[in-house]
Design a protein around this ligand. Structure first.
Ligand SMILES: Nc1ncnc2c1ncn2[C@@H]1O[C@H](COP(=O)(O)OP(=O)(O)OP(=O)(O)O)[C@@H](O)[C@H]1O
Ligand SMILES: [Mg+2]
Length: 237
């Protein structure tokens, strides 16, 4: 579905990721793990068009999108949900969802809002609430819901469980699995909750200092290196 080949990227002159070759399989969940500052968010930004790419390629649905601007990648179905500021706080829940549908016609937006409310019934109950007044978990539901309105095919989720309680984090991760199964979405998940993320993922990549130190099928990684034997320094901040 999506592949990076020897991707080198960063911001202006600051290179952050080095020779990243990763394969994201259709309808899979791929975890991207690693310590703070290792380039996880930059990897997602490079895929979605918000970082500088120096060399390498990004292939999406067999097309080379390396040079495509961010808005075109978004329109083609790549949704990047940043770590923070991923909703309009001063608008209500329903206004957020309607705005997300600005490229669709009204009927289609309504139809997709129904799908989102079906997946996240708590959002329907909070429809008229200002998004800024939602709990952390509810905000994540809204951010994911907005991406679904846009008919995204691949969701790049940057720490959707950050600052949430353990109970809420589990709930979000369970919903992510449900989304994948019900809507055939492909999901790339950056996570600090390593164990929980690995449990729901098909594939995983671990980045350290902008390079991949482990990558591939979760089963295979766990066979060769049980998760509790992967050196702790890869996860400690
Ligand atoms: N917009 C930016 N401009 C310049 N440098 C940046 C920018 N965003 C991140 N960086 C730098 O790139 C490096 C990698 O940051 P990145 O956000 O990709 O790491 P991360 O693995 O997502 O970390 P975290 O777990 O803290 O979110 C850091 O040294 C950071 O300071
Ligand atoms: Mg990050």
């Amino acid at each position: 579905m999506l592949e990076t080949r020897l991707l080198n990227a960063g911001y202006g002159k600051l290179q952050v990721i080095f020779n990243i070759s990763a394969k994201i399989r259709a309808k899979s969940i791929t975890a991207v793990l690693g310590p703070n500052g290792s380039g996880k968010s930059t990897f997602l930004r490079a895929i979605s068009g918000f970082a500088t790419i120096y060399s390498g390629e990004i292939l999406y649905e067999k097309k080379n999108i390396t040079q495509n601007p961010a808005h075109k990648r978004a329109r083609d179905g790549i949704a990047y949900l940043p770590q923070t500021d991923n909703i309009f706080s001063n608008l209500t829940v329903i206004e957020n969802l309607k705005i997300a549908g600005y490229l669709l016609d009204k009927d289609e937006t309504e139809e997709r809002i129904k799908i989102v409310f079906d997946l996240f019934p708590e959002l329907e109950a909070l429809m008229q609430r200002k998004a800024g007044g939602l709990s952390g978990g509810e905000r994540q539901f809204l951010a994911i819901g907005s991406a679904l309105i846009r008919r995204s095919k691949i969701l790049l989720l940057d720490e959707p469980t950050a600052h949430l309680s353990q109970r809420y984090s589990r709930e979000i991760l369970e919903r992510i699995v449900e989304l994948r199964d019900r809507l055939d979405l492909t999901i790339v998940l950056v996570e600090q909750n390593v164990k929980e993320a690995v449990e729901i993922s098909d594939d995983a990549y671990i980045l350290v200092n902008g390079k991949i130190v482990f990558g591939g099928r979760v089963d295979e990684i766990l066979n060769t290196t049980p998760i509790d034997r992967i050196p702790a320094r890869y996860f400690l901040n």
